[in-house]
Design a binder for this molecule. Structure first.
Ligand SMILES: [Zn+2]
Length: 182
């Protein structure tokens, strides 16, 4: 009996927590600037690229197995960098799985920089990216990436919608991959 009496109160309590959490999320969302949405959208887009390329090697050095030498984690590396071509920051063909060492051009060991960024070495990494990218998407598409593009001015609304869609797409690909492995 005690249990039966307590149950609705517990449910109400849980409901109140859920409502409070939703309100907190909403308040947090309302406080987010376009810049915040842009940062989140880039992280979500990059995660989608890593999932898309799950079985592919690093676009530059061809590493398939992640090691400390490769930076300890995979990145989604832009062929034309976000700084150089922000209008291509969300272009899937402009972004490929890359090891952290190739993406940053810096070799780290235990968090410390072992080999600093070197323009010449970085140019080699980029040249390897181009060769392998041509193999993946074709010369025509690479040349399209290298051509001029209209500026991109994504609104906060557009970014929020893309975050939703890219998360769905990432989940769909992951579930498909896991189903195949099972
Ligand atoms: Zn690499």
């Amino acid at each position: 009996m005690l249990y039966a009496r307590e149950q609705p109160a517990k449910l109400r309590e849980r409901e109140a927590v859920l409502v409070a959490n939703a309100e907190k999320r909403e308040r947090k969302s309302a406080l987010k600037t376009r810049r915040d949405w842009l940062r989140e959208a880039q992280a979500v887009f990059n995660a989608m690229i890593r999932e898309r390329d799950y079985f592919k090697p690093c676009i530059s050095c061809g590493a398939r197995i992640m090691t400390i030498e490769n930076g300890g984690a995979w990145d989604a590396g832009h062929y034309r960098s976000v700084g150089a071509a922000p209008e291509l920051r969300f272009e899937p063909s402009n972004c490929q799985k890359q090891c952290k060492t190739c993406n940053s051009g810096v070799i780290r060991r235990n968090g410390r920089v072992l080999v600093a960024h070197d323009a010449e070495r970085y140019a080699t990494i980029h040249a390897q990216y181009r060769v392998n990218l041509i193999e993946r998407i074709g010369l025509q598409q690479v040349e399209w990436l290298e051509s001029h593009h209209e500026a991109l001015h994504p609104s906060a609304d557009w970014l929020q919608e893309q975050i939703r869609l890219w998360r769905l797409e990432t989940r769909r690909m992951r579930e498909q991959r896991e189903a195949r492995a099972a």
